[in-house]
Structures are given as C-alpha cells and as structure tokens.
Design a protein around this ligand. Structure first.
Ligand SMILES: Nc1ncnc2c1ncn2[C@@H]1O[C@H](COP(=O)(O)OP(=O)(O)OP(=O)(O)O)[C@@H](O)[C@H]1O
Ligand SMILES: Nc1ncnc2c1ncn2[C@@H]1O[C@H](COP(=O)(O)OP(=O)(O)OP(=O)(O)O)[C@@H](O)[C@H]1O
Ligand SMILES: [Mg+2]
Ligand SMILES: [Mg+2]
Lengths: 229, 229
C-alpha cells in the first residue's frame, strides 16, 4: 500500500539547505503494523508527511495505494488524504474553535457518506473507545495534553481509513491510557486489515509492530522484523 | 521550597464545573528531584501550573519560596516566575517569530543581569548541552517535535532557577536524547542544588526521582520515596 523509492527531502531555510531525508527506501504491505524509530531529528515526521501527502519529496518516488503522489492533482491528493489515509499529527493539529465532537466529526462531514444520526453514532463510538465521551463538548484548549492527543487519534480513525499514519500517538499518555490506544489500533489492524505506520519512541508500540524500520540522520539504517527480533 | 495545602482547582466551562484538583497536599524541599505521575487527565499539569504561578488555585494554599502566592501582586508573581522558577511546558510554548537563540535568550533579556556577550555565551552553552547549537538560527516551526521540546528545556534552565517545573520534558524524545536531558537536569540538581518537579510517564525520569507522587482523578494517591521503592 506504500512504496518509497530513494526518497530525499530538503528543507530550504534562506540560503541553508537542511537535508532531512537522504535517499530512503521503504515497502509497506496492506495490513502491516510498522514502526519507524530513530533519534529526535532523524526524519520520522518528514517521512510520514510525505506518505500522508501533506508534503512533497525533493527526489525519489512516493507511491500510496498504487498511485505516484507526484503525478496527482491537488484534488486527487485531497481525495487520497480524506478517503484512504488517517493522520495523527505529532502536534495534534486540532481545530481550536470546534468542540471535541466537531473535530472528530469533521472528516465525515467532508466525506458526505453518512447522515447526521449516523455521524453522531460513529463519533460517539470513537470517543467512547478513546475514553473521552464525557468531554465531547469541550474545546481543545480545555483539555489536558493527553486528552488532546486522544481526540487526534479518534479523528484519524473515524473514516475507517485503509492506512493510518501515527506520529508519536502515545507520547503524552500514561502507560495504561497508552496501552488502551495501542490495543484499539491493534484490533482495527486485525479485524479490518487497516495498515498502520507509526513513528514512535514508545517500546510498547514497537513491541506490537511486525517490523521496526530505523532511521538515523535522514538515512535508512535497518529493518528488523518481529520474527527476528 | 514548595508547600501545597489542601489545594483545589475547578475549571468552569459555561455551566459545567470540572474539578481538576480535589484537595491535594504536597511538600517539596530544596534540592529534591520529585516526579508527579498519574493517568492522562489526573491533574498533573494543573498542579504544576499552580506551583509555577501561571494559574491560581480555587481553594487551599500554594507556597513557593516561602511566599503564599495568593497574597502576591502581579508584579511579585512575575518576579517569582522570572527569577526563581524555570518552566518547561507540555506544549513547549515557544515564540514562533523568534529564532531558537532568541527564544532561549529572552528570559536573560528580561532579567537584565548579563551583557550581550555574557548572554551569548550562556545561551550557546545551553544549546550545546541540549544538542541544538547548530540550530540556533532556526525558527520553532522549522524544527522537529523533539527539537522544539529541547529548546523549551534550554530556555527554562538558562536563568539558573532555584526551582524547575518540567511538564513531560521527554515525551517527544527518543531514549538516548531523553537520557541526555535527564542527565543534564540530574547534574544541575546535584551540582547547583536546583529543585526539580516533573510531570512524567517516562520510567527513565521516575527512576532518577527521590520520590514519586501519584495523582488519580484530581486526588493525591500516594508518595513513594526512592528508598522504599
Ligand atoms: N483550561 C481548561 N479548561 C477546562 N478544563 C480543563 C482545562 N485544562 C485541563 N482541564 C481538565 O482538567 C483535568 C486535568 O487536566 P490536566 O491537564 O491537569 O491533566 P494531566 O494530568 O496533565 O493530563 P495529561 O497527562 O493528559 O497531560 C482534565 O480532565 C482536563 O479535561
Ligand atoms: N519545516 C522545516 N523546515 C526546516 N527544517 C525542518 C523542518 N521540519 C523539520 N526540519 C528539520 O529536518 C530534520 C528532520 O525533522 P523531523 O521532524 O522529520 O524529525 P523527527 O525524526 O520527527 O524528530 P522528533 O523525534 O524530534 O519528532 C530535523 O533536523 C529538523 O530540524
Ligand atoms: Mg517528529
Ligand atoms: Mg498534562
């Protein structure tokens, strides 16, 4: 479902070029549960942003669901992001003026597949699963750090995406709450065949992965599959 | 250096009252390295905000450096925040339009104790210690999540505060980078007698604490000192 070939990403800051990815290859098959690990600044978020079509590569090929993202129009990219991918951002990226309920419902409104009652049922189901049903009317700035993170998780899963990209989804969670989120994702992976690609430092997430891909300084270091670990 | 007596904190959202702290007691002596643990939403950030004088309690007494914070004027609170306390926020709270260097230098400019050359030396020393000397000219939005977190750490330590409040300071860091930050704080604690109060889920941070205070649903649960653990 994801195929990355010799991808590079440079950020240009004035005259300085910051090479965030220096030629990375990655294959992810449908239904896999992959963890991307590596030190702070090694390029994990950059790689997820390219797969999630929220940024474009400087060089190389990024294929998602069989499509070369460089060849797609803005409209096709938006369609891919809305209907195929769910993204949990490292900084959550919630809409401050909407309530928790409205934040999670938002992708369903864009998709226009469900009526109001169906949307309500689906949103409350997700909020229940992440432990925030009693906070549905709160605004993001009225929540704790870990509560905001869980709203971001619920929003990414509400559209039943084929592919979920999760950037440090448990960073702000205590071990019990974090384990609950991991179990929720693992269940989706096993029951619905949802593919998950995580960026994480959390050993609990990595232990569920069927492979851990390590980055260092923008380079692919190695890939250890669970069978070998 | 910190004495909390029967402190309560209620957030009022329209007609709903959210009791974030329901009567908590806490004593922290100068030079201690204390960890506050508890599930997401249990009140850790709320407690640190009261000690850090960025919020006021609904009931009870908060004493910092011997002063009852409820009796202080805004000017005295600002003085306490600037000269006695260093705060590492859970969401970093960096100034987006300033560079990394300017963000860390900012408290020194407010203090007016050092000249430009002294400020430069002090800021670069801290950036070196958190591994970001090469990113001094970057803006916060040009950094990775863990890099932004480390800028927030450097900014909190630059004024050599007596008391450092660190809200999840290693949440976005890989284990090596996180350990480096913990070692830096432990060194300050041992060499300069800086008092540290952490909110954390990271077992590595808790293992350095001389006591772990646990919160659950806004209540004090227990305090386990390292000697007993
Ligand atoms: N500004 C606010 N307005 C209303 N309620 C709030 C506000 N900030 C926090 N709360 C609520 O107070 C409770 C405690 O929040 P707090 O941020 O202190 O928790 P925490 O222990 O730091 O959690 P986390 O580990 O997720 O960061 C939560 O239930 C939260 O919803
Ligand atoms: N918008 C940007 N502009 C310029 N440089 C950037 C930008 N975003 C990231 N970088 C740089 O690219 C490199 C990789 O960043 P990235 O965010 O992918 O790392 P990461 O592995 O996710 O780190 P972390 O674990 O700290 O979140 C870093 O050195 C960072 O400074
Ligand atoms: Mg990142
Ligand atoms: Mg918190």
């Amino acid at each position: 479902i994801v195929s990355i070939t010799n991808v590079t990403k440079d950020y240009t800051l004035g005259k300085v070029v910051v090479p965030a990815l220096r030629g990375v290859d990655l294959e992810v098959h449908a239904g896999e549960f992959i963890s991307i690990a590596g030190p702070s600044g090694s390029g994990k978020t950059t790689l997820l942003n390219l797969i999630g079509c929220v940024d474009t590569a400087t060089g190389g090929v990024v294929r998602v669901a069989g499509q070369d993202t460089k060849q797609l129009t803005e409209r096709q990219l938006t369609n891919l992001r809305l209907n195929t991918i769910g993204f949990i951002f490292q900084s959550f990226n919630l809409v401050q003026v909407l309530s928790v309920f409205q934040n999670v419902e938002f992708p369903l409104l864009l998709q226009r597949k469900l009526d109001k009652a169906q949307r309500r049922e689906r949103v409350m189901q997700l909020l229940e699963q992440v432990g925030l049903a009693s906070h549905a009317k709160h605004r993001p700035n009225e929540l704790s750090g870990g509560q905001r993170q869980r709203v971001a998780v619920a929003r990414a899963l509400v559209t039943r995406p084929q592919l979920v990209l999760a950037d440090e989804p448990t960073a702000n969670l205590d071990s019990v709450t974090g384990q609950n989120i991991i179990d929720l994702m693992k269940e989706l992976n096993q029951k619905e065949g949802t593919t998950f690609i995580f960026s994480t430092h959390d050993a609990k997430v990595m232990s569920h992965a069927n492979a851990v891909v390590r980055l260092a300084d923008g380079n692919f270091l190695d890939r250890i599959s669970a069978a070998e670990a």
